[in-house]
Design a protein around this ligand. Structure first.
Ligand code: DHB
Ligand code: MG
Length: 219
């Protein structure tokens, strides 16, 4: 399909099934106004994360990579009032943009932003109640570390979603020199062989382009 066609289909699906929400659109606008990259998930994928939270009955959600909190808002809206989204952001300046967006969307009471490199923050979460849903969307070079923590901080039945597993098709290039794509490949290979997971992945074509998501169950 041409870009014109898949963008038209994405707009049609978004208009028909997702709708337009001022709090979410304001969050994206504030993110862009702050000079942060426009790499939040597409609305159809935000709605997917929201539905996965509800389908899995999630009360505790872990997000690795907050950015402007667009996906955070979607997931916070999918958990009960006594639930929590713990979201990890490496950059304090970015966390401030996220905090303002969460407040404007009225979900700040359900979200804990932890500031620091996820590889350092994740060990501090050990010993707490397990997470029911984990969304991995940070530096792709660390995906194997994040997946290992998702299994350790989850329980049998925990749902794990990994963003950006397609990368315009580059994921299937064994000779890729991109550290991010290599990290993505290592993460997918871990999901394929690690007995703690059962997983699949979908290619996606939406307003963010040609990419994909992996969905895994902790077994
Ligand atoms: C890009 C997109 C993402 O969703 C992400 O998490 C990181 C990078 C990108 O398009 O470059
Ligand atoms: Mg992403």
């Amino acid at each position: 399909p041409t870009p014109e066609l898949w963008r038209r289909v994405d707009a049609y699906l978004t208009d028909t099934l997702v709708g337009h929400d001022p709090d979410l659109e304001d969050a994206v606008a504030a993110q862009h106004a702050a000079g942060l990259p426009a790499i939040e998930v597409a609305p159809v994928n935000g709605k997917l994360l929201h539905l996965l939270a509800r389908i899995s009955g999630a009360r505790r959600v872990l997000e690795i990579g907050t950015l402007g909190a667009y996906s955070t808002i979607w997931m916070a809206r999918g958990i009960p009032a006594d639930g929590v989204v713990v979201t990890i952001e490496a950059e304090p300046r970015i966390a401030e943009v996220a905090r303002a967006n969460l407040e404007r969307a009225g979900v700040d009471a359900k979200v804990d932003i932890l500031i620091g490199r996820a590889a350092d923050v994740l060990p501090t979460l050990e010993g707490a109640e397990p997470f029911d849903l984990v969304f991995i969307d940070a530096d792709k070079e660390s995906n194997t570390i994040y997946l290992d923590w998702a299994a350790r901080l989850g329980r049998p039945g925990t749902v794990v979603v990994v963003d950006n597993i397609g990368r315009g098709g580059e994921v299937a290039n064994p000779a890729t020199t991109s550290a991010q794509v290599i990290g993505t490949q290592r993460g997918l290979e871990l999901l394929g062989r690690d007995p703690r997971f059962d997983a699949t992945a979908l290619q996606t074509l939406d307003l963010k382009g040609y990419d994909g998501i992996a969905i895994a169950l902790v077994v």
